[in-house]
Design a protein around this ligand. Structure first.
Ligand code: AHR
Length: 493
């Protein structure tokens, strides 16, 4: 099969916001406890963080991590997780039917983020709480005033403010599974008043309002419209969440999942721009795709978990090669929309639907989905360029025209490196690339990293991590193996 890829240096989509490569840690399952934090572990540092996990996360160059939920945040009292650990209460978490010990809270998490070198994206509880507690949390985190909450942070040993810039106004507030779920106008009013007060405390923050929990929701569309109409001036971003799965074992269809993501993004952009037009506003509300991934493998096993355990294994999907290819195409889709999607969070980061796994008291290991995320996050910074792909398409279920090859290119800030990310969805055929690079005279292919040659169902485990990317020799002729994830870099002589 032939695939013609055309790019031109002057066909710029947008500068990529680094936060597109964000991730997510929720107080859920073993993400925090025995994930990033395990005081008894042989690699634990002075605060109980696992250094083996820290090193892997650092290598991923994650710029921002959303915290502490997710569904968990909708019942969370942030004050339970600060101050002396022995005084912190154990509480029921109704989101996941577990017990939260509060050993880790905002103080510890922002310290972990500092050690990783990333920003915290903080979510506030708009399920069981509201504006009062949210604005107090902004004071606690970001102010240096001689006032109660700022002083409380200092008493807890943190003289300098945490300077948290990006804040989520609740989580999936239209979902019946959410503690304190809301009707569109109910949420809109609460979100707007909360954002207003949070920004009165610290005008430098940016806020993300909840979009509908997904395109499948009956509230989708109306929800976004109501929230934006009510809060256009206060809201900086609207959130999108989506998870993809292959429960029917239909690989060709599953590999087309990114077309569903693409449509979802386009629909939300359309709603944002309609409201902008209605309001005759100069401001553009952008998108925060702050939960996205493949999630379905662990659904059945999670139903068997007993209630009220501390940090039980939950949502521990074991990912295979086709999942990694889907994750690759989802990343390509986010890049294609870099003009409007400014924040993206791979949900999640450690143990819970995650690229990075840990054994309690044991090793850290990498899942198949680690590789596309790692390659794009480390190499996909700079400017996203329009990348036209002419290739055959196929049909699967309602997806009429899935291109066999999906690709995006990124030009580094200093223009020294052009990086192509590409997935070949064909089960059987190699794609021979015909590259038309306009404005890139003197650029030569110098590096190729691929995830190829595996059966789609192959997985890794703590004992066996044979699914991994490898360097492939690169020459003037570039081809993409069937069912492969590829990164090709071009540099100027
Ligand atoms: O990421 C897992 C869960 O998925 C989050 O808690 C929730 O926001 C979403 O439904």
């Amino acid at each position: 099969m032939k695939a013609k890829i055309s790019i031109s240096k002057d066909r710029v989509i947008s500068k990529i916001d680094d936060r597109l490569y964000g991730s997510f840690i929720e107080h859920l399952g073993r993400a925090v406890y025995t994930g990033i934090y395990e005081p008894g572990h042989e690699t634990a540092d002075d605060m109980g963080f696992r250094k083996d996990v820290l090193e892997v996360v650092k290598s991923m160059n994650v710029p921002l991590v959303r915290y502490p939920g997710g569904n968990f945040v909708s019942g969370y009292h942030w004050e339970d997780g600060i101050g002396p650990k022995e005084k912190r209460p154990k509480k029921l978490d109704l989101a996941w039917s577990t017990i939260e010990t509060n050993e880790v809270g905002i103080d510890e998490f922002q310290e972990w983020a500092k050690r990783v070198g990333c920003e915290v994206m903080m979510a506030v509880n708009l399920g069981t709480r509201g504006a009062e507690d949210a604005k107090n949390l902004v004071e606690y985190c970001n102010l240096n005033t001689d006032t109660y909450y700022a002083n409380l942070r200092k008493q807890n040993g943190f003289e300098e403010p945490f300077a948290i810039r990006t804040w989520c106004l609740g989580n999936e507030m239209d979902g019946p599974w959410q503690m304190g779920a809301k009707k569109p106008m109910e949420y809109a009013r609460l979100a707007v008043e909360t954002a207003k007060m949070m920004k009165w405390v610290d005008p430098s923050i940016e806020v993300v309002a909840c979009g509908s929990s997904g395109p499948f929701m009956p509230t989708f569309g109306e929800w976004e419209k109501t929230v934006l109409q009510e809060g256009y001036d206060q809201i900086d971003y609207i959130s999108l969440h989506s998870y993809y799965g292959n429960p029917k074992e239909n690989t060709p269809y599953f590999l087309g999942s990114s077309l569903i993501m693409d449509k979802f993004i386009e629909n939300v952009v359309k709603i944002c721009d309609e409201v902008k037009e209605e309001k005759k506003s100069e401001k553009t509300v952008n998108l925060s795709f702050d939960e996205w991934n493949v999630w379905f493998h662990s659904n059945e096993q999670d139903k068997k978990q007993e209630r009220w355990q501390i940090a039980p294994p939950l949502l521990e999907d074991i990912y295979n090669v086709e999942d990694a290819l889907v994750v690759g195409t989802l990343l390509i889709t986010l890049l294609r929309h870099a003009d409007r999607v400014k924040i993206g969070c791979l949900a999640q980061l450690v143990n819970v639907i995650a690229p990075v796994m840990t054994e309690k008291n044991g090793k850290v290991w990498l899942q198949t989905i680690f590789y596309p995320f790692f390659h794009t996050s480390v190499n996909g910074r700079g400017t996203a360029l329009t990348t036209d792909v002419e290739v055959e398409t196929y049909k699967a279920e309602e997806l009429e025209a899935i291109p066999y090859v999906d690709a995006m290119t990124v030009l580094s800030e200093d223009e020294s490196t052009l990086t192509l990310f590409a997935v070949n969805r064909s089960l059987t055929e190699t794609a021979d690339l015909d590259l038309e690079l306009t404005g890139f005279e003197g650029y030569k292919p110098v590096r190729m990293e691929v995830l190829d040659g595996y059966d789609v169902k192959e997985t890794n485990s703590a004992e066996d991590q044979h699914v991994a990317s490898r360097a492939k020799e690169v020459g003037e002729k570039i081809s993409l193996a069937p069912l492969s994830w590829n990164m090709v870099q071009f540099r100027k002589d």
